[in-house]
Design a protein around this ligand. Structure first.
Ligand SMILES: NC(=O)c1ccc[n+]([C@@H]2O[C@H](COP(=O)([O-])OP(=O)(O)OC[C@H]3O[C@@H](n4cnc5c(N)ncnc54)[C@H](OP(=O)(O)O)[C@@H]3O)[C@@H](O)[C@H]2O)c1
Length: 310
């Protein structure tokens, strides 16, 4: 197996690369400075030079608010580059594993979404995700599209970090009680991708679209209460009150109210069980705290050195 990982500095790419390292699997993971996926000529050269058997695309434009203001940039990364990648994979008989999102749905369904539910994205980001999926299905039959719910980790902007940062800085934090999701640790996504990679490498041909999220759906406000309990073990939090806000007040438009998935298909096909997110939360928060403390100390050390020099 020779894996090309795109998006190595992101939440998912980072965790997947760690697992590939641990398992001693051969992979190549250029960062954006080495390979901008929108540069189709360089993408082709990279594919031809490395000759991967499997490509994992975890590179993406991920900001829903900015996407409304710069749709062409969002579509260039999320749709057009993915279409190009799908073409290249097809021509080279390479499997494409692509991370997609709950944003292909409008979130109006009352139960968890299945792979058979009709899509209906809201906004530019969701539309770009759906169009990427369509491009992959049309151009590269050997594909796995893995739709994910909320992804959390100690790096990059995500729900957990956003809430924690606000709780450290502000007495009042705005949360939405009517948005439901399954916070899925990026390490879990890495584990699931690893399971898929290994089965594809063994000759399985389970092409198609799959849903994965951690078990135990929770509202954004319910999640915030649990984050307060965990984060207050390591931080002096300022937050005293959670303010219940309308869903559309943060992103400028209404994000999908329901980001929960039915994960039976991935269980039956790959034997992947959805694990509860709560077990991982304390570890992620503690690691995030350690990183922040380290950065603070490094900053203070640098300031001290600068003052000494002056
Ligand atoms: N985050 C979520 O809550 C969530 C939820 C559902 C699904 N997903 C899916 O999971 C995938 C990855 O999510 P994530 O949370 O790991 O994302 P992330 O942390 O935002 O990372 C995105 C990665 O893409 C890279 N990238 C962006 N534009 C690029 C370009 N033009 N060329 C090359 N690399 C580029 C970034 O590089 P830089 O470091 O240089 O920016 C980064 O490595 C996405 O496809 C998304 O649909 C995410």
């Amino acid at each position: 197996m020779r894996v090309l990982v795109l998006g190595k500095t992101g939440q998912i790419g980072h965790e997947l690369c760690k697992l590939l390292d641990n398992k001693g699997i051969t992979y190549h993971a250029p960062d954006r400075s080495e390979l901008d996926i929108c540069d189709s000529a360089r993408l082709q050269i990279c594919m031809e030079d490395y000759q991967p058997t499997i490509v994992v695309n975890a590179a993406a434009y991920n900001n829903p608010v900015m996407a409304e203001n710069e749709p062409s940039r969002c579509f260039a990364v999320n749709r057009d580059a993915v279409a190009e990648l799908a073409d290249l994979c097809n021509r080279m008989n390479t499997t494409l594993i692509h991370a997609s999102s709950y944003r292909v749905f409008d979130g109006e369904k009352q139960e968890p979404y299945t792979e058979k539910d009709p899509t209906n994205p809201i906004g530019v980001l969701g539309t770009s995700r759906l169009q990427a999926e369509q491009q992959i299905r049309e151009r590269c039959p050997k594909h796995i599209i893995l739709r994910l719910s909320w992804v959390i980790s100690d790096r990059r902007p995500n729900l957990l970090r956003r809430q924690t940062e606000q709780m450290i800085k502000h007495r009042e934090v705005y949360v939405t009680p009517d948005q439901l999701g399954c916070p899925t640790p990026a390490s879990e996504v890495g584990r699931v991708m690893m399971a898929i990679l290994q089965q594809v490498d063994c000759g399985a041909e389970p092409w198609g679209t799959y849903h994965y999220c951690a078990s135990e759906p929770v509202s954004e406000s319910g999640f915030a209460e649990i984050v307060i309990a965990e984060a207050s073990q390591v931080w002096e939090l300022k937050v005293r009150k959670l303010i219940m806000a309308k869903m559309d007040s943060r992103e400028g438009f209404k994000p999908p109210a329901n980001a929960t998935f039915e994960c039976t298909k991935i269980l039956n096909t790959f034997g992947v069980h959805a694990r509860p997110w709560r077990n991982a939360l304390s570890g992620i928060i503690r690691h995030y705290h350690e990183e922040q403390e380290y950065e603070k100390q490094e900053y203070e050390k640098q300031e001290y050195e600068e003052q000494k020099d002056n």
